[in-house]
Write a protein that binds this ligand. Structure first.
Ligand SMILES: [Zn+2]
Length: 302
């Protein structure tokens, strides 16, 4: 990938280093939590409100569980005027890189919406999401508080993507999914959830299917949307075959089975094979209409 000469998005917030929010995400008003990278047994159901889409590695399970279920109140996370982007050189690079990817997704999806490629979009207009970067903990607008262990996520309540830039290091070191395009896939996947939010895709459910199955359909669609973006950005960002391998490596690394789930009924994001396949489907075809994971009635054929 080449990003030097590319636009940086201004729909970006540096929320700094957060502390003191109690580490509890969701809480009141949270209907369910659908993570991108499955963590066992933490699907919370009940009440009203937002769905949160996570990309959280199971290696961070204990932190995640704390983030989901940990004690503490619903207090605002205090960021104290610090900057998450200047914490380290790696973070600085990660912030800059993320802004480039975000800007590229803005261009691609604005065009696709204007062309009416995705039915259901409000008046064919793409509304840009904001990327909020943070260190340690952050307060969201509608999805409670989150800590780094939750991994990157999208909060439909405020239309924002949340990312602790150190997650890119987790990908490289813990998930063994290195590479800039692997990182780009993370942003593009969360943007995919934003697209779903705009077109109402997340409100679908197939009769008789479990919530986990619906979750898998939603996550695979977000992977496919990420692929659609990747193809559209190929020329501008000089995306190579090597880059594609990086993204597929990441998609493989965060498959539910790769993360250690043996029971398929517990899958919330899809297997490695499925995630790679749907990303490729988007990347190869470049058409968001091919990403309709709800069109295949037979869940086993996804
Ligand atoms: Zn997701």
């Amino acid at each position: 990938m080449r990003i030097e000469d590319q636009r940086r998005s201004d729909n970006f917030e540096d929320r700094g280093q957060g502390r003191g929010g109690g580490g509890r995400i969701g809480g009141q008003g949270l209907m369910n939590i659908v993570r991108l990278l499955g963590v066992k047994g933490t699907l919370i159901v009940g009440g009203l409100g937002a769905v949160v889409y996570f990309l959280a590695p199971s290696s961070l399970k204990s932190t995640m569980t704390h983030a989901l279920l940990g004690g503490g109140g619903q207090g605002e996370v205090q960021s104290g005027g610090t900057s998450a982007c200047t914490v380290s050189e790696a973070n600085e690079k990660a912030c800059d890189f993320s802004r480039v990817v975000l800007a590229s997704t803005e261009d691609v999806w604005a065009e696709r919406f204007a062309q009416g490629e995705l039915p259901g979009a409000g008046a064919g207009k793409y509304v840009n999401p904001t990327l909020a970067v943070f260190s340690d903990e952050v307060s969201t607008g509608g999805c409670g508080n989150a800590s780094t262990g939750a991994g990157p996520f999208y909060c439909p309540g405020d239309g924002k993507l949340y990312l602790d830039p150190t997650f890119y290091q987790v990908m490289e070191k813990t998930l063994k999914a290195p590479g800039d395009f692997a990182q780009a896939y993370v942003i593009a996947h969360e943007v995919g959830h934003h697209v779903q939010n705009l077109i109402g895709a997340t409100r679908q459910q197939i009769n008789g299917e479990t919530q986990n199955q619906t979750s898998v359909r939603i996550e695979l669609q977000a992977d496919c949307f990420a692929g659609v973006w990747g193809k559209a950005a190929k020329a501008a960002l000089s995306i190579t075959d090597e880059d594609l391998k990086e993204a597929l490596g990441a998609a493989h690394a965060i498959g539910d089975d790769a993360l250690g789930h043996a029971d398929k009924t517990q899958f919330t994001h899809g297997s490695s094979a499925q995630r790679m396949r749907w990303f490729r489907r988007g990347f190869d075809g470049g058409d968001a209409r091919n990403c309709d994971t709800f069109a295949e009635q037979d869940f086993g054929k996804l």
